[in-house]
Design a protein around this ligand. Structure first.
Ligand code: NAP
Length: 249
């Protein structure tokens, strides 16, 4: 256990799989009760809730669509009712709909922005009032190196992820006086379902540009989120921390 007491509560969007899942388990090991949302994969959510409970803290899984403000407000309210006031919020829900700009359907542009960027807005706005009242809180929003440097065929995704950085830095300036920190984690290539469909050729090419010569693991990202969520990072806010094996040096 770290410096976080067992009475603290973490809320994670997109907690059922990938980076969100690893973060949920890591924060549970840190002693947090964990409320998380998922969109459709109920089986994965149930299994995770069970795994968290086995670690000796409470778990709450809620089906919610982060792109829908009402749905997120319900998720946050149910989590607070069940687990208590939220100390840490992590936004990991995200999707890709890659295409060359010339070929990109309107719907794919809007869906990626709605889930990845408006989803962060919906979660942060829903938790911020209680954090302000309690004069404490930590928010960690998951962006991407694509949002920092751009990536061909990802204009929609990179725009959403760059938006998260501007959003989070603004929020950090806005709520720092209330003792609330807001930081960004920008991963490179991480082994999850999101990258599972990439062709071997693309993975091989990526590997060539990664000095550490491997993809990252969700648990490695979760470790960084755990650090930013904890009092060990008490003087860090508005930061954008890359975790990418050195892909962009
Ligand atoms: P993943 O394995 O595909 O998992 C995505 C998670 O988000 C799932 O739990 C999914 O729920 C949830 N989700 C998707 N759309 C949602 C919605 N509209 N409302 C609520 N939940 C929703 O993805 P990942 O690789 O862990 O990625 C997590 C975050 O890291 C994303 O923001 C992604 O952009 C970012 N990231 C990932 C990488 C990478 O290489 N993997 C790199 C940089 C940044 P269901 O299980 O119900 O579908």
């Amino acid at each position: 256990m770290t410096d976080n007491s067992a009475t603290k509560v973490a809320l994670i969007s997109g907690g059922s799989r990938g980076i969100g899942r690893a973060t949920a388990l890591r924060l549970a090991r840190d002693g947090f009760h964990v409320g998380f949302c998922y969109q459709s994969n109920e089986q994965a959510a149930k299994e995770l809730a069970q795994e968290i409970a086995e670690l000796g803290v409470k778990a709450q899984a809620v089906r919610a669509d982060v792109s829908d403000g009402d749905s997120v407000r319900r998720f946050v309210a149910e989590t607070e009712n069940e687990l208590g006031p939220i100390d840490v919020a992590v936004t990991s829900a995200g999707i890709t709909k890659d295409n060359a700009l010339l070929m990109m359907p309107d719907a794919d542009w809007h869906q990626v922005i709605d889930v990845n960027l408006s989803g962060v807005f919906n979660v942060c706005r829903s938790v911020i009032f209680e954090m302000m009242k309690r004069k404490s809180g930590s928010i960690v929003n998951i962006s991407s190196v694509a949002g920092v440097y751009g990536n061909a065929t990802q204009t929609n995704y990179a725009a959403s992820k760059a938006g998260i950085i501007g959003f989070s830095r603004s929020l950090a300036k806005e709520v720092g006086r209330y003792g609330i920190r807001a930081n960004v984690v920008a991963p490179g290539f991480i082994e999850t379902d999101m990258t599972a469909d990439l062709s071997e050729k693309v993975k091989k090419q990526a590997m060539q540009s990664i000095p550490l010569r491997r993809l990252g693991r969700a648990e490695e990202v979760a470790d960084l989120v755990s650090y930013l969520s904890s009092d060990r990072a008490s003087y860090i806010t508005g930061a954008v921390l890359q975790i990418d094996g050195g892909i962009i040096i």
